[in-house]
Ligand binder design. Structure first.
Ligand SMILES: *Cc1c(COP(=O)(O)O)cnc(C)c1O
Length: 231
């Protein structure tokens, strides 16, 4: 592993190459740097190398980091990508820009009620259990249309449904990696075409499978290890 700055360059280049082979423009994919378990100084180093969007998994850890980096606000964007319990929604509604891990209507309702009116709307994705494992969190694909319609109907000045997020099973080869990403894209397309929802975000792809995700239409990849090192 190199420095955070050179790792970031490498990851940006991987995204650019995948965009090229997919015939997509480079700026159609946002890089989210997943800083969970790494200290605020690592976020500062990434920010100094031009990175602005950061992903965190654990609410308490994230809130401490967001407070410690308050001097960089509003240049930073904070995305919650880890599980969210309903008793933790208030600080999340107050401190984050995005939540990718909405897995039931009640969470979105609470975020909408608790989003301070002085802030822009909180941007939401529904987490989908796309590989269908019993142990993983996320909505089953069949549950998504009804929940998406209900979340999209919440007050738009408080929360905005942007799309879908998934954490597919690890797979060794590119073709196997592409399958669940393709399924998530098809689900997003169905929400747009059959249900008329205006969604633009496919949050999928991590250090090990970002190429597969970009080839299948990811608009945001969440990369930790390849930027900050092993956890
Ligand atoms: C940790 C995490 C990532 C980043 O994973 P890496 O393999 O380190 O790139 C992405 N998404 C979620 C939801 C995570 O929890």
């Amino acid at each position: 592993m190199g420095s955070i700055g050179s790792n970031l360059q490498d990851v940006r280049q991987r995204i650019a190459r995948a965009c090229q082979s997919a015939g997509r423009s480079e700026n159609s994919v946002t890089l989210l740097a997943v800083s969970k378990t790494f200290p605020g100084d690592a976020v500062r180093a990434a920010h100094a190398a031009g990175q602005q969007a950061f992903g965190e998994n654990y609410v308490q850890e994230a809130l401490a980091k967001i407070a410690a980096l308050a001097d960089l606000r509003p240049q930073l964007q904070w995305h919650l990508i880890g599980p969210l319990q309903s008793n933790k929604t208030r600080p999340v509604a107050e401190a984050f820009d995005w939540v990718h891990s909405v897995d039931r209507l009640k969470i979105a309702q609470r975020l909408a009620e608790q989003r301070p009116s002085g802030l822009p709307p909180l941007q939401l994705c529904l987490q989908v259990n796309i590989s269908g494992e019993a142990s993983k969190s996320g909505l089953l694909p069949a549950e998504v249309p009804a929940v998406a319609a209900a979340v999209a109907a919440l007050p738009p000045e408080r929360v905005r449904l942007r799309g879908l997020m998934a954490i597919p099973e690890p797979a060794a080869d590119l073709e196997a990696q592409r399958r669940p990403h393709r399924a998530l894209r098809e689900l997003l397309n169905a929400l747009r075409d059959a249900h008329g929802l205006e969604l633009d975000t496919l949050s999928m792809g991590m250090s090990a499978d970002l190429e597969a995700a970009v080839l299948e239409g990811a608009t945001l990849v969440r990369v930790g290890t390849a930027i900050f090192g092993a956890r």
